[in-house]
Structures are given as structure tokens and as C-alpha cells.
Design a protein around this ligand. Sequence first.
Ligand code: SF4
Length: 296
Amino acid sequence: MPFTRTSTAASLARRGRNLPAAGRLAQAAQASRAAIAVDPARRLRRMHDQLFRAYGPQHWWPAKTSFEVILGAYLTQNTAWKAVERSLASLRAAGALTMDGLRSIPLDELRRLIRPSGFITRKAPALKAFVAMLDEEFGGSLASLAAAPTPALRRRLLALPGVGPETADAILLYALDHPVPVADEYLRRIVERHQLLAPPPGRSRVSYDALTDLTRRAFAADPAAGRARLYNEFHALTVAVGKAHCGRVADCEGCPLAADLRYRSDELSAISDQPPARTLPRQGRTAAAVRRKAEC
Ligand code: SF4
């Protein structure tokens, strides 16, 4: 355990039993701990392993075909997945859960069928616009769409109405098998609560691009051929831990990532010789106490 040895050396140096070797050892150890502290990507990579051990493979995305993944990516915006499932069931019952079905269904009818997902005046035309783009530019073929280079394809998706970065990346990764990370509010909460990243000056939240950049760096050392699978699993696992523990209120007791929180807390304490940062959710308390501390 690195902290035991180095903290002892630091404490010797502080108390004036100053053996030059102990001082140097403390300094070197402190520098090495600082290097680890500024490497949030390594911690995020380790979090993936902790979550995978706890929850196992998630088999995402929860859909039967790439086309259903795309529909789901649109419909799940600002909406719980249960509501999306009701919309998909209505579309299936009406024979509209295929490319041809979506092409031919009148806009009013589409609005009615996806009503459970909400925001129907935005989502229904956005789905129609996707199909129009696919027909006009890719011969109506998802395989042709998937064959486009990732950066150009991402730009094209982002230019469509109703498609933001999270929807574009979810389509790229889960429907078209492109190796791009997906970030969402669950990942943002984890990253902020574990202090892996801080919001830029003048902003209160870590940006989407900062989250995906951190995820990219976390898996950069993994073989490129397996990267899409890792991004797929990691996003699904962060959703799993978010639903079970890290929602609007953090419930850290029993969370698979609590070990990282303790590590970070010890690390801050060891580096600065100060008590752990108060913004970290506390460990070893009752769930209610943790909730009071971690609400954000
Ligand atoms: S619930 Fe607590 S330990 Fe779990 S991910 Fe959220 S902040 Fe971390």
C-alpha cells in the first residue's frame, strides 16, 4: 500500500527527525503521488474494471436491429427508457418499426405513436429528417451510412435536426459500430463527484467534449480493434451504476466505485497534508447522511 510507507517518511521529515534520505524519499513519493493524482484517465479506466466486475456484461444497446437503436437514440432524449419502450411497442404494432414503415407513415400518425416519449413535435420531424437524409444521400442503406468515415459521419449526423452530440455518438457506436465514446449525465456526475475533471472557469459543469475526451484517453492503451466494444460496455456500465447509486443524489454505500472515492480522498489528504476535500461524498456513513452530503 503506497500511502503507508510514504506517509511515514513524510511524517518523519515533518517531525524534525530529519534524515536526509527520509526527506528525499518523502519528496519523491509525493511527486509520484501527484503524478498519479493528475491522471484521471487511469482512474476512469480502473472504474470500468470495477464496474465490470460488479455488474458483468450489459449487452447493450437494448434493441433488436440497428434501425431500432437509431429510433431509440432519438426517442430517449430527455425521457426514461420505459417510455421509449412504450413508443417502440406502438410503432411495432402499427408496422412502423422498419425503415419502410417510418418512410410511409404520416407525420401526424408518427407523433401519435411516439407520444409516450414526449417532445413529439420535435422528435417526429427529426425521425423523418433522418430517413430523408438516408434516402437522399445513402440510397436508403444503413450499411452505406455505416461505411462513411467517422468524422464526416459525425458531422453529418450533428447537422440533422434534433441530433446533439450524445445522440450522434450513440448512433455511431451502437447502431453503426464506430469506435466513439458516449457521455451522458450519469458519467458527468461520476466524473464531477470523483473530481476527475473540474468545470472550466466560469462554467458550472464539465462539458460533453471533456467527458468523451477523458474516456478516449482512459482506453487509449487498449487495442484499437476492441475499442468500440469497450466504449459500448463502459457507457452501459456507467448507466447501470448511475441508476443503482449515482442519480441526482449519490448513494455511495455499497457502490462499486466507492473504493475510488476513498482512494481520491486519501490521495488529496496525502498530497496536501490537508483533510480530504469536503466536496467528495463521504464513505462509511448511513445512506441518509451520504445523501445529505452528496446532493448536487
Ligand atoms: S454513488 Fe458515490 S461512489 Fe458511487 S459513483 Fe456516485 S459518487 Fe461515486
